[in-house]
Write a protein that binds this ligand. Sequence first.
Ligand SMILES: NC(=O)C1=CN([C@@H]2O[C@H](COP(=O)(O)OP(=O)(O)OC[C@H]3O[C@@H](n4cnc5c(N)ncnc54)[C@H](OP(=O)(O)O)[C@@H]3O)[C@@H](O)[C@H]2O)C=CC1
Ligand SMILES: O=C(O)[C@H](O)COP(=O)(O)O
Length: 506
Amino acid sequence: MAGNGVFAEIIDGEVYKYYCEGEWRKSASGKSVAIINPTTRKTQYKVQACTQEEVNKVMEIAKAAQKSWAKTPLWKRAELLHKAAAILKEHKAPIAECLVKEIAKPAKDAVTEVVRSGDLVSYTAEEGVRILGEGKFLVSDSFPGNERTKYCLTSKIPLGVILAIPPFNYPVNLAVSKIAPALIAGNSLVLKPPTQGAVAALHMVHCFHLAGFPKGLISCVTGKGSEIGDFLTMHPGVNCISFTGGDTGVAISKKAGMVPLQMELGGKDACIVLEDADLDLAAGNIVKGGFSYSGQRCTAVKVVLVMESVADTLVEKVNAKVAKLTVGPPEDDCDITPVVSESSANFIEGLVMDAKEKDATFCQPYKREGNLIWPLLLDNVRPDMRIAWEEPFGPVLPVIRINSVEEGIHHCNASNFGLQGCVFTKDINKAILISDAMETGTVQINSAPARGPDHFPFQGIKDSGIGSQGITNSINMMTKVKTTVINLPTPSYTMGLILVFGGRDD
Ligand SMILES: NC(=O)C1=CN([C@@H]2O[C@H](COP(=O)(O)OP(=O)(O)OC[C@H]3O[C@@H](n4cnc5c(N)ncnc54)[C@H](OP(=O)(O)O)[C@@H]3O)[C@@H](O)[C@H]2O)C=CC1
Ligand SMILES: O=C(O)[C@H](O)COP(=O)(O)O
């Protein structure tokens, strides 16, 4: 059970502690932040509201801990990460329980998130051992005007203190996707978990604690992003920010200092369906892509752009599948569960009402109870409706009927987002042309958008992000290239004349 057994030390009374210097502590603020269960809409957990002084302390010890961690052999860093991964998987049940209660993630998906996170940590350890052990060797005479008198050795060095800020929808997985690359690369890490999802994240951090990482290397401060967020992201002790979330990321990138940024932000992933598409395949992917975790995925299908000639058939097939989705509490492993907060449900409702006023076709009646919104397909959506452009982050999916492929690509590219997109067609040549034309970080051909497998590159363009994620890219992003140049008094050639010793060139 959450907060019990090995996790008993992370809670004091009814408030979860924060993690600093290898210890679980109560904040001097004496204040806590309530985490509201999206299903019951009652307080489920409480976490510490950390102070600025506590953030300062965490940054100070993170800086010191990083210095000795950088000297820890790579294989030892990997060994500890493997240990943490195993502990995480061993304790999947209590962590998944938190995900169910804090963010209403369906029970089975909650377990999957924890297991996937363990696998991600292990893979990162292995990938780190492979890629961080390698460097480059360059010689100077490949550049005009130079003789072979300079040998350049390159290696990857850590950045220092990484600040990780994940969003509510994957509070464990999107935290470890930042923690593991940071640590294997020799950095220390400060985590600010999302408020909804913070307790699952604290349990995950305790798994790293149990694995025996050095004190101060990992810290976790809790509190509302709106209260301590700016102080964290503008803190002079931070050497890199890895953030996943919404528009907040755009604001952070404007305020952050001269530090590398990894930003994975919102999306309006389009699904283009051509006349020759396998419509059963497309319908299955639209429903899975649009409604998994009630549409609260950055990679969710967020607009369907279908050729008019096949639109009726596609909509019918999608509706048949939507009718089979189960709606209810996450504990029952329903497909559609309450969205994360009342304000999120209100926002989604605003988009639905706007579409209603502008005469979109409601394929199902709009129904809401508390934070629970029934799945809804809106047909005949037009570009003057908000839902055509805005990200609902909920179980509402607009369908726009198009008369040409160009119209579909134009709609996709007119978005301020550019995360992923997908195209359904049996013509691979057309698929490639469309993929090239879509201004998104990834295009999936004949499947819904998705981040995984987790070693694939994952990136957004425009307002969808800066940089690229995926295990290898994250490790590289959390390092800097360092070079050492050896200057020789005379040109030197492998197996050549040793002029300096007066040898012969035979
Ligand atoms: N591209 C991607 O990979 C993903 C993108 N997203 C996007 O995220 C959004 C939904 O997630 P959500 O969690 O609501 O996103 P938010 O941007 O609201 O929050 C993300 C994180 O930022 C924190 N935060 C809030 N304000 C600040 C601040 N001023 N400074 C620093 N940190 C702050 C939040 O903490 P707190 O909870 O305490 O407010 C949370 O940990 C959607 O737009 C979605 O598309 C989501 C997942 C993946
Ligand atoms: O946070 C998100 O929504 C993701 O990064 C998407 O992950 P997924 O495609 O594995 O759901």
